[in-house]
Design a protein around this ligand. Structure first.
Ligand SMILES: [Zn+2]
Length: 306
């Protein structure tokens, strides 16, 4: 162990050398110390060396709006990408995508940071394919959304719902039977609570002070993520099979089926699973319709088959 000793001004040490004298614990001078390494990148505060780039402000669309809230990069691709493509292209919907987790468990790379970044880029590519206007990443830890403050998650959703003012929100069924992924059921339940709360004028009054208004979301689409979850609407996306496949193929990092070993253009168990779902979506429903309606399109947007 060594200590660094600065000679006081006017002492013999300073007179003999402009540099401090290095001594060990016993006061014995130490020579031949390596020079203090200069940092590879001298530190400057981010605000001093990086221009702050703000995204374009959200402009109010003139047509209908749908907001998709997913937990992971591939959720929408599996469960609703054909429907979103159809709403955007045929019915003039403006679509936004909110993702609650950062996908840090969703990839083969040993680096957590690279896994998150790769999934984030693939989500942006998914948005481009489907014509989604903007992606909002909440960045919570993958598989641990149940450890997040529900009130915080809900408040962030309320803010975006009041800002984006969707006619429909698409996400997981908040009842979530047969769902084992905590990110899925926490997301569904938070969205349902935020959807309701966004329309009330006493919650988060600072939003109103900032110019936002309460907003009631009347349309809800809960996709079928697991076998056994209820459905009362089948959307015909047979005209968007290519788009559906393209959206699935985006997910090279976490797959399937975007991974090279499960490529969409080749028959594989993964692709079979995807097409089977698509075929099911284009045929009349054979599953019981749930009591009541949990899916109420805000307008006569597509030719539904149920
Ligand atoms: Zn998921």
């Amino acid at each position: 162990m060594t200590i660094w000793k600065h000679e006081p001004a006017g002492t013999a040490g300073e007179a003999s050398s402009p540099h401090p004298v290095h001594v060990d614990l016993h006061g014995t001078p130490i020579g031949n110390l390596p020079a203090w390494p200069a940092p590879a990148h001298p530190y400057t505060a981010p605000t001093e060396r990086q221009p702050i780039t703000m995204p374009e402000p959200i402009s109010t669309p003139t047509g209908p709006v749908i907001v998709v809230v997913q937990a992971h990069s591939d959720d929408l691709s599996f469960f609703g990408s054909g429907t979103i493509a159809r709403l955007v292209r045929e019915s003039g919907y403006t679509a936004y995508l909110i993702q609650t987790t950062n996908d840090d468990k969703c990839g083969p790379t040993p680096s957590v940071g690279e896994t998150i970044l790769a999934n984030e880029r693939e989500t942006e590519e998914l948005a481009r394919i489907l014509g989604i206007r903007r992606v909002f990443n909440f960045g919570y830890q993958n598989h641990f959304l149940d450890a997040v403050s529900v009130a915080e998650l809900r408040s962030r959703l309320v803010f975006l719902f009041r800002l984006l003012r969707p006619d429909i929100v698409m996400t997981f069924n908040p009842a979530q039977p047969a769902e084992q992924n905590p990110d899925h059921w926490v997301t569904g339940q938070a969205v349902e609570a935020a959807r309701w709360m966004a329309g009330l004028d006493k919650d988060y009054p600072e939003h109103l002070s900032a110019g936002l208004a309460p907003h009631i979301i009347r349309g809800r689409m809960y996709w079928v993520a697991r076998a056994g979850q209820p459905t009362n609407r089948i959307v015909d996306v047979s005209g968007y099979v290519d788009t559906k496949v393209e959206s699935l193929a985006v997910h090279q990092v976490q797959g399937p089926p975007g991974r090279p070993d499960g490529a969409c253009v080749q028959p594989s168990p993964n692709v079979g699973w995807s097409f089977q779902n698509l075929v099911t979506m284009t045929t009349p429903p054979t599953v019981p319709t749930s009591a009541g309606s949990c899916l109420r399109p805000a307008s006569n947007w597509v030719r539904a088959m149920a």
